[in-house]
Design a protein around this ligand. Structure first.
Ligand code: BG6
Length: 483
């Protein structure tokens, strides 16, 4: 039961950094899948642009190999051969003049032109400028940029200014791939497409909200980047922040880019500063032959966190008094991302104190096993007294929507097609990114100034003990991270 595919207009997509890791792992496999689905058709072209010298044929081979390596499930020799016939390559120097004329000649015509900056952010400004000076910035032009979008407010502002000198905000697509995930969009459908939840969606009925994004992987080969970021910059400032916004925002008047982004921005601006007692940071310890975080990043004195848990408050009418607990980390027990909305207990139990404490919990599972369940309290079956038990009303989307539900486009497929369609709803606006940094900066400054060391935690655990205490001191507890 997957919606039908509507082909997008013919386009030219130029990928700067076209032979890089992201392009080979994510962007081109995503485009291949959209090609196979029939969404990218006709004369559309994808042009790799990078510093290295490659012929068109070599680039086509690199991408065919990448699809085989990173998307073995969808790999089909003939289809891949057809797909790569749409690929071209230009050797371009982002900081010099080389290659730009050739690129401009290839892009003549008035079709949609998208430029994907899959390169270091330090090159964003230079690329934007060269696009403009080479006559490639017209009303059909869109540019796509990836995180990290800055590492603090000042750098994010500088990047925004660099881009704004050459492009209008309506042409800039800042990707946060979490927004492209199917269930993340479902969050909006569930909240705003049902009568059931919205009346209860506030501090009067919701005790607290938990957002968990747990990963089993470590920092892998990205130690150098990761150690400069940590979980706060790598995950909380962007991905968890987006989830928080979608769960907490007011209903936008329409599902339109600025209406949605205005509401998200209001949430970020209403976030309270987080006192350091409400934050727990951790670093994974070694486990047998598996090195610890410090060895993984190659800096035995690093104070960067691979885990963070924090209590966040939103000062507005809807949420005053209802905290949100965020938690994310690497090398944890399981790969699982979920949002749990924990409702308050009934104001009075007619079943007496022996019936125990019960709460409804709406859990939205982002990955894996996408779906949601609503914990409801019922009578424990059997004779005897009125004993209560909590059971889940479970809806796994793959069960409810049939096997095709597993074939929904992945985040990059959806987001790239949205760029071509010119729909910015699932992209971050410049002011949103800045507001998120404005909130994150003092928190990060706090622990950097104090010189706090993260707590050690076991690989395969649920994070440091202290993260449990963060909840316990409020009389609450984290939901399990289940393998
Ligand atoms: C990226 C982070 O943005 O998101 C990674 O840089 C992280 O550190 C990844 O592993 C998680 O994405 P996903 O889609 O696997 O949950």
């Amino acid at each position: 039961m997957v919606s039908r595919v509507i082909p997008v207009d013919t386009f030219d997509l130029v990928i700067f950094g076209g032979t890089g890791d992201l392009a080979r792992r994510k962007i081109l496999p995503a485009l291949y899948r959209r090609f196979v689905s029939g969404q990218m058709e006709g004369e559309s072209r994808i042009i790799g642009a990078a510093r290295s010298e490659h012929s068109k044929e070599e680039f086509q081979q690199i991408i065919a190999d990448a699809i085989k390596e990173f998307d073995a499930k969808a790999y089909d020799k003939d289809l891949v051969a057809e797909f790569v016939s749409h690929l071209d390559y230009v050797h371009v120097d982002a900081l010099g003049e080389e290659g730009w004329q050739t690129l401009a000649e290839k892009l003549e015509g008035d079709r949609v032109k998208a430029f994907y900056f899959s390169v270091a952010p330090s090159l964003f400004g230079a690329l934007a400028e060269r696009l403009r000076t080479n006559g490639l910035a017209d009303q059909n032009t869109r540019i796509v940029v990836e995180k990290p979008f800055g590492h603090d407010l000042a750098s994010a502002r500088a990047l925004n200014q660099d881009l704004a000198e050459h492009f209008d905000e309506s042409q800039i697509y800042r990707i946060d791939h979490y927004l492209g995930k199917e269930t993340v969009q479902n969050l909006m459908a569930v909240r705003f497409g049902n009568m059931l939840f919205e009346p209860l969606w506030n501090a009067q009925y919701v005790d607290h909200i938990q957002i968990t994004v747990a990963e089993t992987v470590g920092v892998g080969g990205r130690g150098e980047y990761y150690d400069k970021s940590g979980a706060m910059r790598d995950m909380v400032q962007n991905h968890l922040m987006q989830l928080l916004c979608l769960i907490a925002m007011e209903p936008p008047a329409r599902f339109e880019p600025d209406a949605v982004r205005d509401e998200k921005l209001k949430v970020i601006r209403a976030l309270e500063p987080v006192p350091h007692d409400d934050i727990v940071r951790g670093q994974y310890a070694s486990a047998g032959k598996n090195p610890d975080y410090l060895s993984d990043v190659g800096d035995l004195t690093s104070r960067t966190e691979s885990f963070i848990a924090m209590k966040v408050k939103i000062s507005n009418w809807r949420w005053a008094g209802t905290p949100l607990y965020l938690r994310t980390g690497k090398k944890l027990r399981a790969r699982t991302s979920e949002i749990a909305v924990v409702f308050k207990e009934t104001p009075h139990s007619i079943f007496g104190p022996e019936s125990g404490s019960h709460r409804n919990i709406l859990t939205i599972r982002l990955q894996p096993n996408e779906g949601m369940d609503l914990g409801v309290t019922i009578k424990e079956p059997g004779p005897g007294g009125m004993r209560l038990v909590d059971v889940p009303l479970d809806m796994t989307f793959a069960d409810a929507l049939g096997p095709d539900a597993e074939d929904v486009p992945d985040a990059y497929e959806r987001l790239i097609m949205d760029v071509i369609r010119g729909n910015q709803t699932l992209f971050m606006r410049g002011d949103e990114v800045e507001a998120a940094w404005a909130w994150a900066d003092p928190i990060i400054d706090g622990w950097e100034t104090r010189g706090d060391r993260p707590f050690a935690y076991d690989q395969g655990s649920t994070g440091p003990e202290e993260s449990m205490m963060l909840m316990h001191k409020d009389g609450r507890r984290w939901r399990e991270i289940k393998a």
